[in-house]
Design a protein around this ligand. Structure first.
Ligand SMILES: [Zn+2]
Length: 54
């Protein structure tokens, strides 16, 4: 795991303040009979900044 990605680029907060969420604007996979898979994004619990997990 690349720990760098989990650091907030705005305020520098690190886990456990960083949370992984589904980015519902970005569908990775959608098929019949399968749950929709979304891309992941990271959300800072300190300043509220959201950024993409590459
Ligand atoms: Zn932050």
């Amino acid at each position: 795991m690349a720990e760098r990605e989990w650091k907030c680029p705005k305020c520098g907060a690190v886990p456990p303040l960083i949370h992984e969420r589904d980015d519902k604007t970005k569908i990775l996979m959608q098929g019949s009979g399968m749950p929709t898979m979304y891309a992941k994004k990271l959300v800072c619990g300190k300043c509220g900044h959201e950024w993409k997990k590459e």
